[in-house]
Design a protein around this ligand. Sequence first.
Ligand code: GLU
Length: 415
Amino acid sequence: MAGNTYANMLAALDNAAAKLGLREEEYSFLRTPEREVKGSFPVKMDDGHTEIFEGYRIQHSSMRGPCKGGIRFHPETDEDEVKSLAAWMSFKCAVANIPYGGGKGGVTVDPAKLSKAELERLTRAYVKLITPVIGPKQDIPAPDVNTNAQIMGWIVDEYSKLTGEFTPAVVTGKPLSLGGSLGRPAATGRGILFTAREMYKRLGKSLKGATVAVQGFGNVGSVAAQLLYREGCKVVGISYAFGALYCEDGLNIDEIISTGYQADLTGYNAEGVKHITNEELLTLSVDILVPAALENAITEKNVDTINAGLIVEGANGPINAAADAVLQEKGITVVPDILANSGGVIVSYFEWVQDLQCYFWSEEEVNSKLERQISEAFAAVYNTAKENNVPMRIGAYMVAVARIVEAAKLRGYVG
Ligand code: GLU
């Protein structure tokens, strides 16, 4: 993945640690991952030839509990990216105050080029690579970019076969019939709604009538756009892989989703709707911008064109450190990824708890517990940022680092 995302993570970590008054030896264990598994594995393709793929599982920290974090299938996935994503998971779980550390996995592959059978074989081969280091009490994967409930189902099956025990709690984001949780597919997008609402409450404003642009119309972006639309926001722009839609009077998100063409909206037409580019989407003058695609969407190259009042980070790492500094100067508030998109991992935690109890909750119960958990996380971050006069990203890192270092002290690792 282009851009040095790990350096961005370190910049925020060092900044937060300095604000907390930590000595380097008290938090330096967070600068490097605990364990990195990297390997290659062969996969037989449908036409009979064999291809070699590279995969990773990187465990950043298990100080507060088992590692937790998704698995990404993407052609540009590399070690730097997975390392950064793993670290962000440790901070995200600490901010959310759920009993996990952080990890992340990835396979360098374009899954759009694979048949379903090839995707299944690749997933199973990857599970063989990581089985020695995952487990319900060690490290619990989940979906991320280009992975979904079906892939999690194959992971449950392969892991259960390899270990000889049916183990749904080894992974979250599963299909319901394999121990998944109600509310999990929409949880990250729902968390975006909750954090945007909490921010607006603090500003003394209501979301009704607020203009919104959402970059990315996948699992996070489409749900966030839909829930914000249903909350009364005017969603004027959404983008997908090849372009974006714009409508001054607001797009009908329910209708767009009902077309079933979420991945490619090139053919979508409705009154007042214009097709614009992905780059133009980011420059729209809106109250709220939700970058919900990949990391480094906003960098020093395009930050000057950003025209939003508030940015709520749906993706992990969509703003690099240089752009962050410019946004701060301009007075644009950013609700950071490790808070804003934590709804997914919070409901993953609920799924894991349900699996371990073999007792399942209603969707209302899941959603209301999510709202409570993420609102508490929001308050902790917001208050820390206010008290220390720092941006919310640094406030979030301060909350996270303080909690992880406290665990490290109690476990006897530092002073
Ligand atoms: N991939 C999601 C994230 O980045 C969810 C992780 C999880 O549920 O473990 O937060």
